[in-house]
Design a protein around this ligand. Structure first.
Ligand SMILES: Cc1ncc(C[n+]2csc(CCOP(=O)(O)OP(=O)(O)O)c2C)c(N)n1
Ligand SMILES: CC(=O)[C@@H](O)[C@H](O)COP(=O)(O)O
Ligand SMILES: [Mg+2]
Length: 649
């Protein structure tokens, strides 16, 4: 009889005998491996926290007590124990369970996440809310060693340590971010784990801490004293102690005999406590233990071998971008690349291999990455910040204040621009055009395909100022490649096809969709032009105005939020040129957070496929044109005017 199947909520878990918990963990691992092998997901991190999650739910009274999962890509066991086992097969699919914590999904999810380093701050918000509301619940934050390198985590610890309220932070240390964790904090944690002297003393104090049945204030002091003695000369945990946290551990995060009594005791302690727990990424599935990087967030795979279930049809845009960068770096010694803990995802591994001294992995520290790049640029280097669109959001002020105001030649390679699929809301690259284009000095571009991508990479490197290039997640189009990349003129678009009724002005991967739609429309008698804008900023006003003068309708297409993005830039250009006799429509992402789902499905849903663009144009053209006289006639009813995104003039 399955134990897992008897658990509808954490209350049921409490009926399981402690001796049965390892068996339950095996069932949980089985379920996670089975599901992730068929739908993909964050396997390695999840397999590492099975015992820790079971122990926390075993001891806490959730949902009154709160667990905040930093990043929350490790919350699968939490989902399985909190009433979501039966839907677990829908994980990360359209309409299914999220791969992350979502308050909309369950009362057991205390805070939404997806980006790393928010856990401590959010959980401390729950702590202070409890104090303000005079409640009694416990608050626990589980944060990884990778997320410990994020500035926000340190800001949160600093605040919480200073105020001294009851708060448990569990540091889940598997010595890995996505790749091997980096930097001084990671080295510090490793020393804490591996110190030989401390290891022995830790064992003794750990035993003491586990033995104390119901730890009272005096006993707590005794345990602390013993712990202090154990610290001896090397003072493990000193960093956290100095930040106002009582530090305990490290303990084995896979052993219930350590986990349960230790957690029970630290949960009773007063003030901020940090418990250091050591876990292994991928535990329970050999291929994931051997390759935790690939299994951090993997596509569907063959259970028996761990091999990917499908082979990619063509190289990704990421690969083309980074191959271009490597080629350019061979010729230009000034180029250095910067990643914020995303060397593999951003495709920088080839660069690292060839130029190990010119690649900086700064940890999960996007803000630092950008300002660090600005510093490098002041000295004549050519820093290339390679980052997912969604993570660059965190460094908005650094882009504006540290790079753009000084007009520094920092290149931003923005990967995962647009819809990213299964990671959903927190990971879609929806906002970059909008959050970059309003910064004076910024150049913002996006290629229509991988060939243009290589030319744009060259353009970026040549440009003497802040410049960004964004490309999507996924496989490239398979177009033929020019032998040599050539820089493009900044701010110049490309007229792909002329027409006299409608102009579709598109950017990035939407351009080829627009071309297909235009060809079909033209065949049906609606003469349709297509502009590949190439640049969101500076936008090619001359081309846009020239084409707009020839047509009656202008449709903009972008895989980004409509508000403030590319379409807005086109409308501004038309407005500046006083083009008032075209009817316009913007296609792009609406003013809500986009759900998870396959890219194709989401593109279809938001009208960004060739079919969607075609339908939008047909609908627009089918409507009675709105004339200037109609709109401005005194007393004229506005009911006939286009609604929503359409802006008739
Ligand atoms: C702000 C931000 N940058 C980058 C990422 C990508 N990312 C997701 S998980 C992860 C590693 C997290 O490591 P750790 O906190 O140790 O958790 P583990 O997966 O090891 O449990 C990274 C870099 C992110 N989610 N958020
Ligand atoms: C980086 C990150 O947040 C991952 O956890 C995410 O799931 C990666 O997805 P891709 O790198 O496949 O886009
Ligand atoms: Mg880790």
């Amino acid at each position: 009889m399955s134990i897992l199947k008897t658990i509808q909520s954490p209350a049921d878990l409490k009926r399981v005998l402690p001796s049965q918990l390892p068996e339950l963990c095996e069932e949980i691992r089985e379920q996670i491996i089975g599901t992730v092998s068929s739908v993909g997901g964050h396997l390695a991190s999840n397999l590492g926290v099975v015992e820790l999650t079971v122990a926390l739910h075993y001891l806490l009274k959730t949902p009154a007590d709160k667990i905040v999962w930093d990043t929350s890509n490790q919350a699968y066991t939490h989902k399985l124990l909190t009433g979501r086992r039966e839907q677990f097969h829908t994980l990360r699919q359209y309409g299914g369970l999220s791969g992350f914590c979502k308050r909309e999904e369950s009362e057991y999810d205390s805070f939404n996440a997806g980006h790393a380093g928010t856990g401590v701050s959010a959980a401390f918000g729950l702590v202070e809310a409890r104090e303000q509301l005079k409640q009694k619940n416990k608050v626990v934050c589980v944060v990884g060693d990778g997320a410990m390198t994020a500035g926000m985590t340190l800001e949160g610890l600093h605040h919480a340590g200073g105020l001294g309220k009851d708060f448990l932070v569990v540091l889940n240390d598997n010595q890995m971010s996505i790749s091997k964790n980096v930097g001084a904090i990671s080295a510090y944690l490793s020393r804490t784990i591996s110190g030989e002297f401390y290891g022995k003393m830790r064992e003794e104090t750990g035993q003491l801490l586990r033995k104390i049945p119901h730890i009272g204030e005096d006993m707590q002091k005794l345990a602390r004293r013993a712990e202090e003695l154990a610290k001896g000369a090397i003072l493990p945990g000193l960093l956290f102690e100095e930040l106002g946290f009582q530090y305990y551990g490290p303990i084995d995060g896979h052993n219930f005999e350590h986990l349960l009594p230790t957690l029970e005791n630290v949960l009773k302690m007063k003030g901020p406590v940090l418990l250091h727990v050591i876990t292994k990424k991928g535990l329970g599935y050999e291929p994931a233990i051997n390759n935790p990087v690939w299994f951090h967030a993997c596509p569907p795979f063959v259970r028996e071998t761990g091999a990917p279930a499908k082979k990619a049809a063509r190289p990704s845009y990421t690969q083309f971008a980074m191959d271009s960068l490597v080629k350019l770096a061979r010729e230009d010694q000034r180029i250095v690349a910067i990643t914020a803990a995303m060397c593999e995802g951003t495709g920088l591994t080839g660069f690292e291999k060839e130029f190990p001294d010119r690649l900086y992995d700064v940890g999960i520290a996007e803000q630092h990455a950008v300002t660090f790049a600005a510093g490098l640029a002041t000295q004549g280097l050519k820093p290339v910040v390679v980052m997912y669109s969604t993570f660059l959001q965190r460094a908005y002020d650094q882009v504006v204040h540290d790079v753009a105001t000084q007009n520094l030649p920092v290149v931003f390679c923005i990967d995962r621009g647009g819809l990213v699929a299964e990671d959903g809301t927190t990971h879609h690259g929806a906002f970059d055009y909008a959050y970059l284009r309003h910064a004076p000095n910024m150049v913002v571009m996006a290629p229509k395909d991988e060939n243009e991508l290589q030319h744009m990479m060259k353009t970026c490197i040549q440009h003497d100022g802040p410049v960004s290039i964004r490309y999507p997640r996924g496989v490239s189009l398979g177009v033929s490649m020019d032998a040599v990349p050539a820089a493009l003129p900044i701010g110049k678009g490309e007229l792909m096809k002329d027409g006299s009724d409608v102009a579709i002005m598109a950017i990035g991967v939407s351009v080829w969709q627009a071309m297909q739609a235009a060809e079909r429309l033209t065949k049906e008698g609606i003469s349709t032009a297509v502009v590949n804008a190439r640049f969101v900023k500076p936008i090619d006003q001359d081309l846009i105005v020239d084409v707009a003068k020839r047509v009656r309708y202008v449709v903009t297409v972008e895989e980004g939020c409509k508000m403030g993005g590319f379409g807005s830039a086109v409308l501004e250009a038309l407005s500046d040129a006083r083009i008032t006799d075209v009817t316009t429509k913007m296609l792009g992402l609406p003013d809500w957070y986009i759900e998870q789902g396959p890219q194709d499905l989401l593109r279809e849903r938001y009208g960004l496929t060739a079919e969607g663009i075609y339908q939008s144009v047909k609908e627009l053209v089918g409507k009675a044109p709105v004339t200037k006289q109609d709109r401005f006639a005194v007393g004229a009813s506005l009911d006939h005017l286009p609604h929503g995104d359409e802006q008739g003039s």
